[in-house]
Design a protein around this ligand. Structure first.
Ligand SMILES: N[C@@H](CCC(=O)N[C@@H](CS)C(=O)NCC(=O)O)C(=O)O
Length: 209
């Protein structure tokens, strides 16, 4: 898998660490010019990480990689079967971590860092931050009476959403209410997550809590 520390490829790496699935990592330093180059776009046509190869099969969406690995290399307790009462909630948060959170965080990060060609207007940045704030509020409510997103315990939904919380704290300075903050500390302490974070500078990690 093509990976850059701290990016969405952490999700897939964290999942494989939790499952004990062996993987090869090609670690790239983030370099906008290289990512946009023809050479890298032969690896991932979108010029992004993760780019996950299983033989000739390529997947470029972090949550899709998670689902692929769980289904191909499971079974795993991290996945929730369709006949489970929590299946709908599981699917919602598995995808919400990317489409309802990280997409907005990434736009706001590009804006904050003033990275070409990712600059947007102040209004659009405010809109993205508003979406992130609402998501955090919804998660705080969910965590009022549970340790993880699901009653059954830690699942892939926590990997997807937990990564988004880390992304927002480090890249756009989001701060969290008490339940979300405790939850983030709890999932960050998992040995598999610690291994998946290998390569992230300590000063960035100190921004999370
Ligand atoms: N929806 C994709 C997003 C992938 C993505 O945007 N990756 C970022 C890093 S977190 C990237 O490589 N950006 C480089 C660029 O856009 O130039 C996923 O979940 O994998």
């Amino acid at each position: 898998m093509f990976h850059t520390p701290g990016t969405r490829s952490v999700r897939a790496r964290w999942l494989m660490e939790e499952m004990g699935v062996p993987y090869d990592l090609k670690t790239l330093v983030y370099d906008g010019e290289y990512f946009a180059s023809e050479e890298f776009r032969k690896i991932n046509p979108m010029g992004k990480v993760p780019a996950f190869y299983d033989g000739d099969t390529l997947i470029i969406e972090s949550v899709a990689i998670m689902q692929y690995v769980m289904n191909r290399y499971g079974p795993t307790e991290l996945d929730v079967p369709a006949n489970d009462t929590e299946y709908a909630t599981y699917l919602q948060w598995l995808h919400f971590g990317e489409s309802g959170m990280s997409g907005y965080i990434a736009v706001s990060f590009g804006h904050t860092a003033q990275v070409d060609p990712y600059k947007v207007s102040e209004e659009f940045d405010a809109y993205c931050r508003y979406q992130v704030d609402k998501a955090v509020e919804m998660l705080e409510t969910r965590l009022l009476d549970r340790e993880f997103i699901l009653d059954r315990g830690f699942s892939a939904a926590d990997i997807s959403t937990g990564y988004a919380l880390m992304f927002a704290a480090v890249c756009i300075g989001t701060t969290y209410p008490s339940k979300v903050s405790d939850y983030l500390s709890r999932i960050m302490a998992r040995p598999a997550m610690q291994r998946a974070l290998n390569g992230i500078p300590a000063e960035q990690l100190s921004m999370i809590a």
